[in-house]
Every structure is written in structure tokens, then in C-alpha cells.
Design a protein around this ligand. Structure first.
Ligand code: SF4
Length: 223
């Protein structure tokens, strides 16, 4: 594995290029959790339309979702795709919270690992969704691994394609100061790099970390 750029230096370079990204795009804890479910297999642009529909109906609220008829919820979130499945998931998580806790804060106030296990036990909540909720809604430092992070790690450091989610998470969090703001922004920086440069077809020429990227170096050698 090529390892010339330390993870803190990677973050510094990205931050210098993209600035403070102020993520996740959501004003309330409810909105962040709803967004984390809606963004599964969907582009954020489509999720925004679904969120705007919910907001327009005053329904960007898990307690309201727990009481809403599923057909109405499906109609509102339709732009996010897989809307039947996502409506069921939203109803399931909202119902779970208010059956078992007095409010959302009580659930999110739990210890991060306990909360993670509980979220993972719910239907349709995988590790990326659970960790996004823990990092951005519960505001506890846990690293989120998404497709962009995985792709960038593969290309820059040569990590294995099939590396397990938690192994990759441990690799990153073991080398970075455990700090909520840093974890939040580091994830956002990965997403920005993935959207702007490290796309499926990468735009390496303008990429802020190309000098340290194993993939880019291998292209230069091949030329
Ligand atoms: S140099 Fe190319 S492959 Fe490497 S991180 Fe940048 S865009 Fe991705």
C-alpha cells in the first residue's frame, strides 16, 4: 500500500482547497435522520426535492412521520427513488423511537457504540446510515465510510476494494485526532473531492492531492 501522504495531511490539503464545508445539510436532528435514509441509493439533488415536499407539508418531523399514512409519505418522498421501501424504513425508525423513548434526544444521547448497535438492529439501517446519524444527528465522533471515501482510499493509498467497512473506518479513525468537528468535516471533504475530481472517471489534472496519489503516479509511469 502506498502511504506517502498522512491522513492528517490529506485532510489539510483538502481543507485548503475546499474550505470549511459546514456539513451535513440539515437544520434539525429529525431532518438529518430523514435525509440519511432518503439518500440511500439516491443523489442528494433528488433527496432535496423529497425534503422540500416534506417541509412544505410541515412533515419534516419524525413524530409526524410516525403518525402519517404510508401512502401520503410515499407520495411526498417519491423524488428520492425507492420511495416505497424508504417510506417503510422511515415509518419503522420513527415508530421505533417513539415506542421506546420519550423523544429523539433520549435515543441519541446514548453511548455511541450502544447507539450504533441499536440502529443497526433496525430494518434498512446499514453501517453508513447508522454512522451518518451518529456523527451528524447525535454529534458523536465516528467516521463515516461512503462510496467516495472507499474510492479515494483505493486510488490514493491502494486499499483493497473488498476491504470491510469497519476495517476502513478503523484505519482512518486510528490515525486522526478524535474530534467531532474534524470527523464531520473530513467526511465532507471526501465527498467534495469525490464529486469534484475523484469521479468514476477521475479528473486528476486539477486534483489537489494528485502529487501524492498512487493512481495518478501509476498513470504518469505508464505514459
Ligand atoms: S489524483 Fe485522480 S485518482 Fe487521485 S484522488 Fe485525485 S482525482 Fe482521484
Amino acid at each position: 500500500m502506498t502511504r506517502e501522504l498522512s491522513y492528517p495531511d490529506l485532510y489539510r490539503k483538502l481543507r485548503n482547497r475546499f474550505g470549511d464545508l459546514d456539513w451535513w445539510p440539515g437544520e434539525t436532528r429529525d431532518e438529518i435522520i430523514i435525509g440519511a435514509i432518503l439518500t440511500q441509493q439516491a443523489s442528494w439533488r433528488n433527496v432535496e426535492m423529497a425534503i422540500a415536499n416534506l417541509r412544505g407539508e410541515g412533515a419534516l418531523d419524525l413524530r409526524k412521520i410516525s403518525r402519517m399514512r404510508i401512502g401520503r409519505l410515499e407520495r411526498l418522498i417519491r423524488p428520492s427513488g425507492y420511495y416505497r421501501q424508504k417510506a417503510k424504513r422511515l415509518k419503522a425508525i420513527a415508530g421505533y423511537i417513539f415506542r421506546n423513548y420519550k423523544d429523539l434526544d433520549e435515543l441519541l444521547g446514548k453511548d455511541a457504540e450502544e447507539l450504533r448497535q441499536e440502529l443497526l438492529s433496525l430494518d434498512g439501517i446499514g453501517r453508513e446510515t447508522a454512522d451518518s446519524i451518529i456523527l451528524y444527528a447525535a454529534e458523536k465522533p465516528i467516521f463515516v465510510i461512503d462510496a467516495y471515501t472507499r474510492r479515494i482510499m483505493n486510488r490514493v493509498y491502494g486499499t483493497d476494494d473488498g476491504m470491510d467497512y469497519d476495517e476502513l473506518r478503523a484505519l482512518l479513525s486510528g490515525s486522526i485526532k478524535r474530534d467531532l468537528g474534524l470527523y464531520k468535516d473530513f467526511h465532507a471533504q471526501f465527498v467534495e473531492l469525490g464529486k469534484e475530481y475523484c469521479r468514476q472517471r477521475p479528473l486528476c489534472a486539477g486534483c489537489p492531492i494528485n502529487e501524492a496519489c498512487g493512481y495518478f503516479k501509476s498513470l504518469s509511469v505508464d505514459r
